[in-house]
Design a protein around this ligand. Structure first.
Ligand SMILES: C[S@@+](CC[C@H](N)C(=O)[O-])C[C@H]1O[C@@H](n2cnc3c(N)ncnc32)[C@H](O)[C@@H]1O
Length: 253
């Protein structure tokens, strides 16, 4: 099964679970997903791997020119449907993130959350070059990727290697984890200004690749604890950055 077929299948089964491993009742249907960067009304924004529009729809409400790109037509159909429900009309493009169908220097922001982890490092690097091309001068790149130095990062990386050695194929989405240092190396080769921030210190709320919930992801205690840790890691104690669940990478062309 190729990447596109896999995402079509996952999006048809359950788009919310496919995108963020959360059941619909935990996410709740809302249009207020926090956007992890400042948006000006005249920003031209491209979201790569927009999924069912969790961030794309709030972005479309805030800025005049927003485009959502995804490899899966089914995901894009879900965005359209949700957009209608909230009275938002998103611009959508079906394409692969390693081959962007836009003119150079079109966008001021390229944003992608929980997507580049699903492609190989080679594809991710190709995509980073593509984003560099379509960004305007001083344009901003904003990307999230999961940390390898977590229990799930280590188990998953080991499992992927073992499957590869045993020649077993997987029906789940491919997930690649990165360390803080490897991300710094990859991004600084392409972008002159790179900042990596730590985000998410909540323990896992679901058993990976299953719908088995360990605790409610909206649990206020874990949310507060995570924010407290993020603040410490990004302000005073940079060593803590190495142990977050996700990195937020901010780069400038
Ligand atoms: C884990 S979901 C995240 C969706 C969304 N960013 C969010 O956070 O809700 C990954 C998304 O990336 C898309 N995707 C995967 N590989 C892609 C590729 N090569 N090019 C474009 N989109 C891709 C999938 O179809 C899916 O919608």
């Amino acid at each position: 099964m190729n990447q596109k077929q896999l995402w079509e299948k996952q999006a048809s089964a359950d788009p919310i679970f496919a995108a963020i491993t959360t059941k619909q009742q935990d996410y709740k249907d809302r249009l207020d997903h926090p956007i992890p960067f400042l948006v000006e009304a005249d920003d031209k924004i491209l979201e790569l791997g927009c999924g069912w529009g969790r961030t794309l729809l709030p972005l479309t409400k805030r800025s005049k020119f927003v485009v959502g790109l995804d490899i899966s037509y089914t995901m894009l159909a879900h965005v359209k449907k949700r957009g209608k429900k909230f009275g938002v009309l998103p611009n959508l493009v079906q394409a692969d993130l390693a081959h962007l169908p836009f003119k150079p220097e079109t966008f001021s922001i390229a944003f992608s959350t929980l997507v580049l982890m699903h492609v190989s490092q080679k594809q991710m690097t190709a995509s980073l070059y593509e984003m560099h091309k379509i960004l305007k001068k001083k344009g901003r790149l904003i990307v999230t990727l999961p940390n390898k130095n977590t229990t799930i990062g280590m188990i998953s990386t080991f499992g992927r290697k073992l499957k590869w050695i045993l020649g077993l194929s997987s029906t789940d989405a491919y997930v690649r984890y990165y360390t803080y240092s490897s991300l710094r190396l990859i991004f600084t080769k392409i972008y002159p200004h790179v900042t990596i921030k730590a985000t998410q210190y909540r323990p896992l709320s679901y058993i990976p690749n299953t719908k088995i919930r360990i605790y409610n992801p909206n649990n206020p205690f874990f949310q507060r604890m995570s924010l407290w840790m993020e603040h410490r890691a990004n302000a005073k104690y940079p060593l803590l950055k190495r142990f977050c669940q996700e990195f937020l990478i901010l780069a400038r062309k």
